[in-house]
Write a protein that binds this ligand. Structure first.
Ligand code: AMP
Length: 388
């Protein structure tokens, strides 16, 4: 008789256990809020002491991310660990994973924290992405431009976020400045995608390979930083179904256990082009806190602990508007005026220094339609920031 192979049984991590999160930013803080609500203890591992997670975690370990020995020692007190941003060195995640379950696995971090590896992954699995070339020298940049054409965008392979480490190149006379700004770091040159809009899909994958996908969000950026996300995205159902399917297949191909977000350009033809993958909850998924049966952060806790994933059903059309430090330029924002807009909720991250461009919090509005939700979220923000 042929016996089926034994499946590794992953024990469920029950409430009362201590969970770890690498990183102490707002995503770590919101993970901690969700985990605490489910009865877990939470410890953050951060390289800075003054971070949003301190307000919500039982303990913050201040530790440099390259101190593998200390990370490993901290991990002995944790039942499982996840991360809140992908610029944690994969080696740090490996040091933790040698001691406790680390979900998503360090290999997921390794692939997605570098544009060259991420694009190679997408191409290997047949997911459409922008035409691109790896660039390591000025000569390779010239060759890449000859192959791809202009306009194009030069991006550093690693450590880019919110448009940092990027230069758009419109004409031949802008090439030298772009290379001076970003080289000699390894870069990727991407052809400029003439998109109709940008959307993103947040999805979760459990330890048994089950996947739960949220409604795609439509994303509007200002100065390269996410400004407003709204769902439903107001695109043909076939496009949205395809986006959810691609996101789900990407989580499977990457073997993600946890939450990830796939960002897409929607071309004028309706074709979907993958922009990038974040192996963690995403700014565009913050509206799930107010609008969905299970938030992206609760889903992260459930996936990490081997609990059943929750329903992603959205209860009402919703929009989220980011609050940047600029909103504090005239003093403390007018929160009562913002919250007088019907259906609006506020989440502040507890950051003390409201620098321009810094994400300080967000407002979410629920309304009968996504357009009304966008109007209300932006109206609430205008009132808070005393604009108009
Ligand atoms: P990224 O950091 O790669 O997400 O890029 C930040 C933003 O720049 C994107 O959300 C787009 O608005 C824009 N962008 C980046 N790459 C491209 C591209 N190849 N074509 C058109 N727009 C892009």
């Amino acid at each position: 008789m042929v016996r089926p192979p034994l499946r590794e049984v992953t024990p469920v991590i029950l409430p009362g256990a201590t969970l770890g999160v690498m990183g102490g930013g707002q995503l770590g803080a919101m993970f901690a809020m969700a985990a605490k609500r489910l009865g877990y203890r939470v410890e953050a591992l951060s390289d800075v002491a003054d971070c949003p997670a301190v307000h919500h975690c039982d303990r913050v370990h201040v530790v440099p991310y390259d101190d593998a020995a200390t990370l490993g020692r901290i991990a002995t007190g944790l039942a499982a660990v996840t991360f809140e941003f992908e610029n944690v060195p994969a080696e740090a995640a490996r040091a933790l994973a040698a001691v406790v379950p680390c979900r998503p696995a360090p290999d997921v971090l390794f692939t997605t924290q570098d544009r060259v590896r991420e694009k190679a992954f997408l191409a290997r699995h047949g997911f459409a992405c922008a035409p691109h070339r790896v660039v390591r020298s000025r000569a390779e940049l010239d060759a890449a431009i000859a192959a791809i054409g202009l306009p194009a965008v030069l991006k550093t392979a690693a450590f880019g976020y919110d448009g940092k480490g990027q230069r758009r190149i419109d004409a031949a006379d802008a090439v030298a400045a772009a290379w001076d700004a970003l080289g000699p770091a390894e870069c990727v040159l991407e052809g400029w995608v003439d998109f109709d809009c940008e959307i993103s899909v947040v999805a979760a994958r459990g330890v048994a390979g089950d996947v739960a996908v949220y409604e795609p969000s439509r994303n509007a950026h200002a100065h390269h930083i996410l400004d407003v996300s709204s769902a439903p995205a107001g695109l043909p159902r076939a496009v949205l179904t395809e986006a959810r399917s691609v996101a789900s297949r990407i989580l499977e191909a990457l073997d993600v256990v946890g939450v990830a977000c796939v960002e897409f350009f929607v071309a004028r033809s309706g074709a979907l082009v993958v922009n990038e993958i974040a192996p963690r909850p995403h700014n565009s998924g913050h509206l799930t806190i107010a609008a969905c049966e299970t938030s992206q952060f609760e889903q992260q806790v459930r996936a990490l602990c081997g609990l059943p994933l929750g329903s992603t059903r959205q209860l009402a059309p919703a929009a989220m508007a980011n609050l940047l430090g600029d909103c504090w330029s005239g003093g403390e924002p007018d929160w009562p005026a913002a919250l007088s807009v019907p259906g609006t909720s506020l989440l502040l991250y507890g950051k003390s220094d409201p620098r321009p461009g810094r994400k300080m919090g967000h407002l979410t509005a629920l309304a009968p339609t996504a357009d009304e939700a966008v109007a209300n979220a932006t109206r609430a923000r205008d009132r808070a920031c005393r604009r108009g």
